[in-house]
Design a protein around this ligand. Sequence first.
Ligand SMILES: [Zn+2]
Length: 392
Amino acid sequence: MKRNFQMHRRPSSELRVFSPSREKGGLDSREAAKSRRELEVAPHFFLAGRGSPLASIASPENFMRTKFNRREFTRKAALSALALSLPRVVADATTTASAAESPPPVIDSHTHFYDPTRPQGVPWPPRQEKLLYRKVLPADYRALPKPTPVAGTVVVEASAWIEDNQWILDLAANDPFIVGFVGHLTLGADDFPANLERFARNPVFRGIRIGPDAVKAALAGGAPMRHLHLLADRDLCVDLLVGPESLSDIAKLASAVPRLRMLVDHVCNIRIDGRPADTSWERGMQSAGERPNLFCKVSGLVEGSDRRDGKAPTGIEFYRPVLDVVWQAFGADRLVYASNWPVCGIFASCATVQTLAETYFAEKGAAASRKCFYQNSRNFYKWTPRAPAQGA
Ligand SMILES: [Zn+2]
């Protein structure tokens, strides 16, 4: 067992810095300091390289159907929100919105939970990342102040250990706050089909997250591509933890497998400095946004500032150039709010992160807000509500 873990163990993972050009294994603190964002980059980034994944299929009609359903969804959701506003179960520990205000439910579509104190430890985060290296569970997240109560979350894997998929699913079994889980399975691995079969039996399991090497492997065909098709066959989806240099690859992949829903994490991990957005990233995002099966998470903003110790700017203007690009590229139907907590906590409070998104989307109108904080997550992941506050 130990030996098994060893194979997958990699020092860094999510907390490692994401180098825009090429990701390497290992957490180099100098590299981390100088660069940016992705505190994420999970272990599989490094594992996947060797024999990973790949890609896809096609059939636009599936997607058209999704689109059609979406409209109906929105209508139904609006009705159910009304119904819900009575004994609104606020899963969050924050203020209880009055029924009269009836704000849309907020789903945080990217959180991480783990426990370094368990006997086997964790492959991530690294011990030296003090703010992260502690037991982090849903109750901790719920206790954080937030501008609007959060009704549920989609948990994203923070470990490439196979049994950690089960660990999160077990956590979810006792906590309906977790509406979905994006797990880790290695595309192209011999045991991928069996593992998928096993975990997908649990409806909370909504897909997997892959990195740039897996994207390339999938584009090369073979087992990785076949495995993406297996996900699509089950109506599951893929989170893409990549940087700007992968934008053309993910656009290709989205075209190659149009019936597979894919989502770019953290606005593709662009560095954010308050100035006009990088033009090549902007072109890449626009091109990616032309693929109707590609969604984008509005997350990783404060991380993109690379200002640690809670020093990320709290005003929307600093992030606006990047948000405007994302809005133009993906629009109101394919942007999904997420905090990336606890990673975001290195740069800003969870309340700040949520407030930034609420401020930006409020400018786009109530309908857009509702979609980005709730409906798009539901359309993309197709999670099923597990508590009244999460909709009908
Ligand atoms: Zn994350």
